[in-house]
Design a protein around this ligand. Structure first.
Ligand SMILES: C[S@@+](CC[C@H](N)C(=O)[O-])C[C@H]1O[C@@H](n2cnc3c(N)ncnc32)[C@H](O)[C@@H]1O
Length: 714
């Protein structure tokens, strides 16, 4: 619309006086006029286009064969133990889905996705605009202590944005644009939302996918106990917005069971019987053509009825078989309908907010390929365990399944967070890292509540009488690094040090700590949690630096086979000292804390008398999961990155190996027991590095490597 002279003058006046333009100019000035549009503070069409290389941290593939003969016919597909050799590997990715989506969209994995038919279906269930933290119950050992309310809570699940609809919408908008770009032309997307945000998401989806591509607003109605509510009705439903990318999308017929009685009640017609007793009613073939054909009731019942957009499916309740105690777990039946309707076997399905892994589990059972991601380590760990169980079940049922890998963006994600430009040459990048690491060190010290110290080459801060060293962002802390710290301690008569790091070189502990102790130096290594990049978490005091733990193992060799026994796992976690917990307690209340490697319940009775009850009774209580790779150095970790000179994608070995999960034992909600010895694994004579990975009840991973010789000394 052409502007009048008055309007032009008006605009100039506003600009010159530095005032914001009145709203009406939005519609007069811009080309792209939408009938209805949701706007929010900071809305922009720019989306992330960063490409970071994915790193494979673990590969999981339940061996399909009990004996080598079982797979000898399919040697090109499987190795002698029935582990997948080629073809698509499913992907469980740990990290922020913004970086994941943009790396999938613009990076080398995209080719593989397209070669496999593209992404046909995306289901997402983003955390709503809650602005609150969700915490998780921890299960200890074989006991069912987790059933008590308020057992140790660890922040394991959080929304990454601040309170308020605008930040939620800004977060989801950018990700939805990336998802649209990734989706195949005939693909579809289902966005799960509740009453608090469905109005915003609907408008944003209309804008991104086109309102003509809205297929349904599905109402998931969950049955269950209803309470009297004084000022409104019970909220017992969620909406799932179903959009297609284009008009090419078709859904498959999906039915739900119908009972004979319900069908008869619904039809309100006379039921007739054939001489053989078969029941039927008259079908209507169109106007004026009633009583045209027979509808046999047994056929209707066996086929089930076609779905409407209102789905009545119970939530995953406390006694449900599929319950994993993940706070927002969705029922498999719900996801099954979506997957069956909008995809076919071998299609790729994605869920970028996967939580407990419901989408991946159902996709695997329905023979779909999958890519799922989550930010939370509990979510990744819960999904890993769940998918191993799905693989085991499919194997027991004689059905096929695919291998999956756990990936992350590792150091690249951290480098990105501190603002390193990935496109720089190595030399420039090193300079930039050095410069940014200074700010990063301050951030870590702030989160750790330490004060900065100057004048030491290795130490950056001090806290409670201990000096603090912050390790590098993009490399593990090495033996050399710790040795330098020991030297500096001796030079300056320092006896107590905390080392904070994202990663420590494997096999570093406990030996180096004993070495330091023999020189009178007490070193406490601690992991920097990824929450340090979350400003709100720091402000809310929720960043916990877990102490490093140690695994003791005993390799067992019998002829040409090896097994591993887990003999000890020591942790020295301290969350809050018992005294400070007791101080903060009101009379008649209790709190669970971790103090020097013990989980302790501190209670204060109504007279203010404090009692302490240690809940961890034995070292195995700390272990949730452990797994073994019998030949750790057999698979190199390769990343695909652009060549600095030519820009072409090339494969590069990171210097690390992929942990191949060949045997594992873990606790589940139903079965709390844990095996402490692996099964024997056959291998040809030689020297091997066995890797053992333990995931503790907080979801922290620890690895240990041991060397063994099989079949006589070499
Ligand atoms: C509502 S839950 C999903 C539950 C899931 N549908 C299920 O059945 O278990 C949302 C998940 O999104 C994850 N999440 C939140 N922000 C994320 C982000 N930026 N990137 C990846 N995952 C994120 C949370 O950790 C949480 O597990």
């Amino acid at each position: 619309m052409p502007l009048t002279d008055n309007e032009k003058r008006d605009i100039i006046k506003y600009i010159e006086s530095g005032k914001p333009l009145p709203d009406k100019y939005r519609f007069l000035l811009f080309d792209d006029k939408r009938e209805v549009e949701l706007v929010w503070n900071g809305k922009t069409n720019e989306v992330c286009n960063i490409v970071l290389p994915f790193q494979v941290i673990e590969q999981v593939d339940e061996p399909r064969a009990n004996k080598p003969e079982d797979t000898s016919m399919q040697f090109d597909l499987f190795d002698s133990r029935g582990r997948q050799q080629k073809g698509w590997t499913n992907k469980l990715i740990w990290g922020d889905n913004k970086l994941i989506l943009s790396s999938l969209k613009n990076g080398p994995l995209r080719d593989e996705i397209e070669r496999n038919g593209g992404i046909k279906l995306i289901y997402i269930d983003p955390p709503f605009d809650v602005g609150a933290d969700f915490s998780m119950d921890i299960e200890i050992g074989e006991e069912t202590l987790h059933k008590e309310p308020g057992i140790l809570e660890e922040i394991a699940y959080r929304d990454t944005w601040g309170k308020g609809a605008d930040s939620f919408i800004a977060m989801i908008y950018e990700r939805l644009v990336l998802m649209r770009d990734l989706l195949a032309d005939d693909g579809s997307i289902y966005v799960h939302c509740d009453w608090r945000v469905n109005s915003y998401i609907r408008l944003v989806m209309d804008e991104i996918f086109g309102k003509e591509n809205l297929r349904n607003e599905i109402i998931w109605s969950f049955t269950g106990r209803l309470m009297y509510t004084a000022n409104r009705f019970n909220f017992k439903h969620n909406s799932i917005l179903f959009y297609s990318k284009t008009d090419k999308h078709r859904i498959n017929e999906v039915t739900e069971p119908i009972k004979r009685e319900d069908y008869i009640k619904m039809k309100k017609q006379e039921v007739h019987k054939d001489p053989d007793g078969r029941e039927w009613i008259w079908g209507h073939a169109g106007k004026g053509k009633s009583h045209e054909y027979k509808i046999f009731i047994d056929e209707v019942v066996s086929k089930g009825k076609n779905l409407s957009a209102v789905w009545s499916i119970p939530i995953v309740n406390t006694s449900s078989e599929e319950r994993l105690d993940y706070p927002t777990q969705k029922p498999e039946t719900l996801i099954e309908r979506i997957i069956k309707a909008s995809s076919n076997e071998n299609d790729i399905i994605c869920d970028f907010f996967c939580g407990s892994g419901t989408t991946a589990a159902v996709a695997e059972k329905l023979n779909r390929k999958w890519i799922v991601s989550d930010l939370g380590k509990f979510a990744i760990h819960t999904t890993r365990k769940r998918l191993i169980q799905v693989q085991r079940q499919l194997k027991d049922d004689g059905k096929d399944f695919r291998a999956f890998e756990v990936l992350n963006l590792g150091k690249y994600e951290r480098q990105h967070y501190i603002g390193i430009n990935e496109n720089l040459r190595e030399e420039e990048k090193r300079h930039q890292i050095e410069e940014r690491e200074k700010n990063f060190t301050e951030l870590i010290l702030h989160a750790y509540k330490a004060q900065t110290v100057e004048g030491f080459p290795s130490f950056h801060g001090k806290k409670a009488g201990r000096l603090v060293a912050v390790g590098p962002i993009n490399m593990p802390v090495t033996r050399l690094y710790v040795e330098e710290i020991i030297l500096e301690c001796r030079k300056n008569n320092v006896t107590r040090v905390d080392i904070l790091a994202f990663e420590f070189e494997m096999g570093l502990f406990p030996n180096i700590l004993d070495e330091a102790k023999s020189k009178g130096i007490d070193i406490a290594p601690k992991y920097i949690p990824r929450e340090v990049f979350d400003r709100r978490a720091i402000e809310k005091n929720q960043v916990v630096f877990h102490d490093v733990s140690y695994i003791e193992i005993k390799p067992l060799v019998k002829g040409n086979s090896i097994a591993v026994e887990l003999t000890d796992f020591s942790v020295y976690y301290t969350q809050e000292t018992m005294d400070s917990v007791a101080e903060g307690l009101k009379n008649g209340s209790n709190k669970i804390t971790v103090d020097n490697g013990q989980i302790v319940k501190v209670s204060k009775d109504k007279n203010g008398i404090v009692t302490r009850d240690t809940l961890t009774k034995k070292w195995t209580d700390w272990i949730d999961y452990w797994s073994v790779d019998f030949n750790f150095e057999s698979k190199r970790e390769i990343i695909r990155v652009p060549n600095e000179e030519t820009g072409e994608i090339e494969e590069r070995w990171t210097g690390d190996y992929i942990f191949e999960n060949e045997w594992q034992s873990f606790r589940t909600k139903k079965d709390r027991s844990l095996e402490l010895s692996s099964t024997f694994h056959e291998c040809s004579p030689g020297r091997y590095k066995i890797a053992v990975k333990v995931v503790d009840i907080f979801g922290n991973d620890t690895m240990r490597i041991a060397e063994v010789t099989v079949g006589g000394k070499k």
